[in-house]
Design a protein around this ligand. Structure first.
Ligand code: SF4
Length: 431
């Protein structure tokens, strides 16, 4: 029996797919070379915002068309968790909608209108060997924060951190399989371990106010001893403590993925989030003072209810002042059951799109300048695939890449000189 998994959405979902693949292999399945060669076709969906849901539905319908006669089609992931009943009604092509922890291979209809007991916990499943020299490692599931626009805590639940020993054991397995860079992911990575310390209470945790050590710092230090590179994604800005900044800099990967969402203080408060453009700039400046070559990424929402022209101007001014290397922009999408969906003063979608275009234009020019600055520098490259590598300044799958001699061995770390900048990508020659 062969399986095919199609994955949508964020890196966290890709880790889930690898774990599902590991589970299927342990049940006797082999990976299929293509959708039409699979007996079991799985769509691991994303429900983050409306466009992600539309893409998930289109993918499911496409898989239904492409599967061979008799193959079973299973929908799982965030959309299955959140809209299981609606999916069953709307997609007769689908054989099974499996919520988190429910079997993908059940052949009897599941009782979808009542919550079944999870058969497994994705976090702690083994994963199959990877042919890439880097891997995401998911260290927690769920989130204790309640940002106004975000539905994730409603279906992923409060934060549940894995233990250090489980995470280190998984990292060692990955390294034995040839991985040289581990990318840590969680919904709120900076708060990793806080729930284990406090028993979890489903509230936002401001680690700065906690006193004592931030658990993530010791985890990152432990992982640093296991693997060449450790990269951290999704850092809530108040969680970026001086100790965590030091720890990240000590890993030799001065890459800061800050989840900022906006720069206007009133708008951030309306989003039920910490910070302001000024506070963010203070932290970015402090990091640049300690490491001038630090790289910054962030994402922003435009068109949140009540957003004004002044808020937009503040965002644009922040982008110019912060000079982030990478940034993504999204238009607000009201999600069922969130605080933001109840707010008045919606921003018309045309205006939100206009603001998104404006912010992207400003950032594209900044990103191009930041990439140009690297020309002539020497960087240590991890060769991801023939002819393609990354330095510490590029996160896999999200940022640009560095084009190199295709004869360099995949998985090797090589010193290169950057010779040219081509949009977001760079070219390099062996130093
Ligand atoms: S930190 Fe906020 S945006 Fe991120 S998962 Fe938690 S609630 Fe959602």
């Amino acid at each position: 029996m062969r399986y095919w998994i199609e994955t949508l959405g964020c890196p966290k979902n890709h880790v889930d797919s690898e774990k599902l693949a590991g589970l299927l292999v342990s049940q006797g399945y082999d990976p299929a070379a293509s959708v039409d060669a699979a007996d079991l076709v799985v769509a691991n969906t994303c429900a983050f915002i409306e466009p992600a849901r539309e893409e998930s539905i289109e993918t499911v319908l496409d898989l239904a068309d492409r599967r061979r006669a008799g193959a079973r089609l299973v929908v799982t992931g965030c959309m299955a968790e959140r809209y299981a009943d609606e999916l069953v009604d709307a997609l007769p092509e689908v054989d099974l909608v499996a919520r988190f922890g429910e079997s993908l291979t059940a052949t009897t209809p599941v009782a979808l209108r009542r919550r079944s007991v999870p058969a497994f916990d994705l976090l702690n499943l083994p994963r199959p060997a990877t042919d890439r020299p880097w891997a995401y490692l998911k260290v927690a599931e769920g989130c204790d924060r309640r940002c106004g626009f975000c539905a994730i805590p409603s279906f992923r639940g409060d934060q549940r951190s894995r233990s250090t020993s489980d995470i280190v054991a998984e990292a060692r397995d990955l390294v034995r399989g040839g991985v040289r860079e581990i990318v840590l992911v969680a919904q709120d990575l900076a708060s990793w371990g806080m729930d284990r310390r406090r028993g979890g209470r489903g509230e936002a945790v401001e680690v700065l106010d906690e006193g004592g050590a931030q658990p993530l710092t010791s985890l990152v230090s432990a992982l640093r001893r296991e693997v060449d590179r450790v990269r951290l994604l999704y850092l809530y800005p108040s969680g970026l403590t001086p100790a965590l900044i030091d720890t990240i800099l000590q890993t030799g990967v001065p890459y800061f993925d800050l989840s900022l969402q906006h720069a206007s203080r009133p708008l951030l408060r309306a989003m039920k989030r910490w910070g302001s453009g000024e506070r963010f700039l203070e932290r970015i400046d402090a990091i640049r003072r300690a490491e001038p070559e630090a790289t910054f990424r962030s994402s922003f929402i435009v068109g949140y209810p009540g957003e004004t022209e002044d808020d937009q101007r503040e965002l644009l001014a922040f982008l110019e002042a912060a000079q982030l290397d990478w940034a993504g922009f999204f238009t607000f999408s009201p999600e069922d059951g969130t605080y933001a969906a109840t707010l008045d003063a919606p921003v018309p979608s045309e205006l939100a799109l206009e603001r998104l275009r404006e912010a992207s234009e400003v950032q594209d020019a900044i990103t191009a300048r930041r990439r140009d600055r690297l020309v002539g520098t020497t960087q240590r490259l991890l060769v991801d695939a023939p002819g393609v590598g990354r330095s510490v300044h590029e996160c896999p799958e999200i940022d640009g890449v560095i084009v190199v001699d295709p004869s360099l061995a995949v998985g090797s770390l090589v010193d290169v000189v950057i010779t040219a900048s081509r949009g977001t990508d760079l070219e390099a020659a062996v130093a």
